[in-house]
Design a protein around this ligand. Structure first.
Ligand SMILES: *[C@@H]1O[C@H](CO)[C@@H](O)[C@H](O)[C@H]1NC(C)=O
Ligand SMILES: *[C@@H]1O[C@H](CO)[C@@H](O)[C@H](O)[C@H]1NC(C)=O
Ligand SMILES: *[C@@H]1O[C@H](CO)[C@@H](O)[C@H](O)[C@H]1NC(C)=O
Ligand SMILES: *[C@@H]1O[C@H](CO)[C@@H](O)[C@H](O)[C@H]1NC(C)=O
Ligand SMILES: *[C@@H]1O[C@H](CO)[C@@H](O)[C@H](O)[C@H]1NC(C)=O
Ligand SMILES: *[C@@H]1O[C@H](CO)[C@@H](O)[C@H](O)[C@H]1NC(C)=O
Ligand SMILES: *[C@@H]1O[C@H](CO)[C@@H](O)[C@H](O)[C@H]1NC(C)=O
Length: 437
């Protein structure tokens, strides 16, 4: 009786403390982070239907679709400069001459989904028509054109005297239009991908409206940009869960100078922090390098990003070189863990410019049980690396390199394992003797 009463009390306490800060928008689309391709970083405004379609074909032939990259998203510059006499956005007559329906039909026929772009203000960032005051009309047009996803930008903000809304109101206009359209059309809502940049703290409110929100300004090409984004996201990784995701921006932007190890760290952090995974590649360079593809197609890492059972992100359990909770753009948190369908996932980041041995006690992670041993799977080597008891040391992690491990409970640790408590604070024998003093 007493035990039961205690259990009930305990679980209700747990329920309260685990309630998310605001419910995510569970509208049937975007439960998991979306994966795919976006035209912007490779082509800027130089896009056309041939490029988009060839990209779709390539995503299929390279095997990217098979591992989950199933969106081809068109960014800014697809339209004419002005709306039609009746007020609709018009697809660019030369560059999208066959019309958007033909294009999305062809994309869908390949087994891919199609994304389109607009802006919450008067114009897009490249000064094509924005959707402010045309939200319902444009949402309907995008759906009629056959698109599945809408990326929604933040340029050309109307004067305060016109808009009389903050960020929340400005983005809710299109969110409401999408929801209303889904109701009247009976079709699934457009997956709504907010691109309001980082300064507006969208992780506090974006989850009411969309399936993803950008957490930072546009990503840069080198390690400095990556470590800065990882640092910023380390403080808000709690905000990602099913139907709502911190979007850390595109993977492998531009012709940066990432090393192979930096690129692995990039992909691992984005995937395990449940960011949408959006790639770019250049048709003219006959695509991504073999190394890049090898990274982008790591199925064990993708499986964590697309975990159907656990929606939450990894979070830091120790910062490493700096004190915990340090805000440091060059040296973000180094020791991370999170739950997954198949066990506890760990990410170790070497933020130093030289190789480092990295050590952690298993129970530093909240998701590990004391007194148990764990089988270790290396998600980059794709090997089973024996059994861990109490702690793990990884030797010679390369500069800016990453280690990703999946630990599975493998039963009680061997009898006689010492010390009696891996975490010595307040470790006590039943007879009242403290062993940490
Ligand atoms: C699309 O762009 C490519 C590369 O610039 C060009 O070769 C092709 O002719 C263009 N196609 C159309 C339909 O504009
Ligand atoms: C390459 O990386 C170094 C070190 O991070 C950086 O200082 C430099 O600006 C980068 N160069 C380019 C072209 O991105
Ligand atoms: C869990 O393991 C199963 C079987 O190997 C695999 O299919 C699935 O993708 C794994 N899930 C995650 C989240 O790693
Ligand atoms: C970031 O951390 C490194 C390593 O501790 C330190 O050298 C550097 O001064 C820190 N930068 C800032 C801005 O605090
Ligand atoms: C796991 O084992 C493989 C194969 O021996 C090795 O390449 C890899 O570095 C090991 N991983 C760790 C984290 O030690
Ligand atoms: C790591 O765990 C082992 C038990 O497997 C223990 O003997 C050792 O003292 C631990 N190392 C550290 C540094 O805590
Ligand atoms: C109490 O526990 C400590 C630590 O386990 C042990 O060394 C000691 O012998 C115990 N004392 C008695 C009276 O059992």
């Amino acid at each position: 009786m007493i035990t039961l009463g205690f259990a009930v009390l305990f679980s209700s306490v747990l329920l309260v403390s685990q309630a998310p800060p605001a419910a995510s928008l569970n509208n049937g689309v975007g439960r998991l982070p979306f994966m795919g391709y976006n035209t912007w970083n490779a082509y800027h405004c130089e896009i056309n239907e041939t490029i988009v379609l060839n990209t779709a074909h390539l995503m299929k032939s390279l095997g990217l679709l098979d591992v989950g990259y199933d969106h081809v998203n068109i960014d800014d510059c697809y339209s004419e400069r002005t709306r039609s006499a009746s007020g609709d956005i018009i697809a660019n007559k030369e560059r999208f001459a066959s019309g958007m329906n033909k294009l999305t039909d062809q994309i869908h026929a390949l087994g891919l989904k199609a994304g389109i772009y607009s802006d919450s203000g008067w114009f897009t960032c490249q000064l094509f028509p924005g959707s402010f005051q045309n939200e319902a009309r444009d949402a309907k047009l995008f759906q009629d054109w056959g698109f599945d996803l809408l990326k929604y930008d933040n340029c050309a903000v109307p004067f305060d005297s016109v808009i009389k809304e903050g960020m929340v109101g400005k983005y809710s206009r299109m969110a409401n239009a999408i929801a209303d359209l889904a109701k009247t059309s009976g079709k699934p809502p457009l997956l709504f991908s907010l691109c309001q940049w980082g300064r507006e703290q969208p992780w506090l409110w974006g989850r009411r409206f969309g399936q993803s929100w950008r957490t930072t300004d546009d990503i840069g090409p080198d390690w400095g940009a990556l470590s800065s984004i990882i640092n910023q996201n380390s403080f808000i990784s709690w905000a990602s869960d099913f139907y709502g995701h911190n979007d850390m921006d595109i993977l492998f932007r531009g012709n940066g100078n990432l090393t192979f190890d930096e690129a692995k760290s990039h992909f691992t952090a984005w995937a395990l922090m449940k960011s949408p995974l959006l790639i770019i590649f250049y048709l003219k360079l006959s695509v991504a390098s073999k190394e890049t593809l090898e990274i982008l197609m790591n199925k064990e890492i993708i499986a964590i990003n697309q975990d159907p059972v656990v929606g939450t992100s990894i979070t830091p359990f120790r910062w490493g070189v700096n004190p915990d909770w340090s805000n440091n753009f060059t040296h973000p948190a180094q020791f991370w863990s999170g739950e997954s369908q198949n066990g506890t996932v760990f990410m170790l980041l070497n933020v130093l410019n030289e190789p480092a041995d990295m050590f952690f006690s298993l129970t530093e992670s909240p998701w590990i049980r004391a007194g148990r041993e764990y089988s270790v799977r290396d998600l980059w080597a794709h090997t089973n690396n024996g059994t861990a008891i109490r702690n793990i040391t990884v030797h010679q992690v390369p500069p800016h390199g990453v280690v990703a491990l999946l630990l599975k409970d493998a039963g009680d640790e061997p009898a006689g394992t010492e010390p009696p408590c891996a975490r010595p604070e307040w470790c006590m024998d039943k007879n009242g003797t403290r062993i940490d003093q």
